[in-house]
Design a protein around this ligand. Structure first.
Ligand code: SAH
Length: 245
């Protein structure tokens, strides 16, 4: 039996947004590895073993997947959205980098998915139609001071921005600080959108000027998108023109 590992993105939530390539890999897998809610999205079937793990154990999880593949299993490591965006693909390569050399001979594939930022942008209209920056607002893996520096720099440079992991219960004050920095760097009239649980039954979308944004508008299921100074509303849509004046 020849083992392999695929790191696959399950998209933002709705089954229609899982690519056929990912569906096929899930159909051939013997083992699914990942964070509990993502593993639960894969239907049970005979011959499939699911290995659920908690958040923050990404390296152990990746090493476990590589080990099982080395022993002949067909393993899919699942992420939400795209596996290369603040997710498991980098963790797998970090584990590969510090693991036994023979893991390099394994059949390893990264299968893209629709990342939350693009699903959210599509719901809104086209807020990322010009240059933009994607920033993870969690300080789990980097210092908060670096996040502040990047927010300020991206805002001042006129990038639209997409924020992953905007706010959690353990660090509620940080998103309030992020909003202050954005008002200073982008101006209070710049539009900010909160797209929550996109493509699920709990989906909700709100757009306000930065001056009216409050920290409670975001939680960990929300994608936050800030426009540039040219981003505007047309009817129920938000879009950023393709050209800069
Ligand atoms: N790899 C994932 C991102 C993981 S970080 C991807 O490519 O989408 C997790 C963050 O993604 C959440 O805190 C939230 O900001 C965002 N997110 C994931 N799914 C979402 C959804 N359906 N709607 C809105 N935001 C979502």
């Amino acid at each position: 039996m020849t083992g392999w590992v695929a790191v696959a993105g399950l998209g933002p939530g709705h089954d229609d947004l899982v690519t056929p390539e990912v569906q096929a890999a899930l159909g051939e897998a013997t083992d699914i590895v990942g964070y509990i809610p993502y593993v639960r999205r894969v239907p049970d079937r005979p011959g499939l073993t699911k290995h659920e793990s908690d958040n923050r154990v990404e390296l152990d999880r990746a090493a476990h997947a590589l080990q099982m593949a080395a022993e002949g299993a067909r393993v899919v490591v699942v992420s939400s959205g795209d596996p290369g965006v603040f997710a498991m693909a980098s963790a797998l390569f970090e584990a590969l980098d510090s693991g036994p050399r023979h893991w390099l001979d394994l059949d390893i594939r990264i299968l893209p998915g629709i990342t939350a930022m693009l699903a959210a942008a599509a719901r809104l209209g086209a807020p990322l139609g010009h240059d933009f920056a994607a920033i993870n607002l969690s300080d789990n893996l980097k210092p908060w001071s670096l996040i502040e520096t990047r927010l300020r720099a991206a805002g001042k440079a006129g990038f639209a921005m997409a924020f992953y992991n905007p706010r959690s219960r353990s660090r509620p004050h940080q998103f309030a600080r992020a909003l202050e920095i954005l008002r200073e760097a982008c101006g209070g009239e710049t539009l900010i959108s909160f797209a929550r649980a996109v493509s699920t039954q709990e989906e909700s979308i709100t757009t306000v000027p930065l001056n009216e944004a409050t920290p409670e508008m975001a939680d960990m299921r929300t994608m936050v998108i800030v426009g540039n100074r040219d981003t505007r509303r047309i009817g129920r849509f938000v879009y950023t023109p393709r050209s800069a004046p």
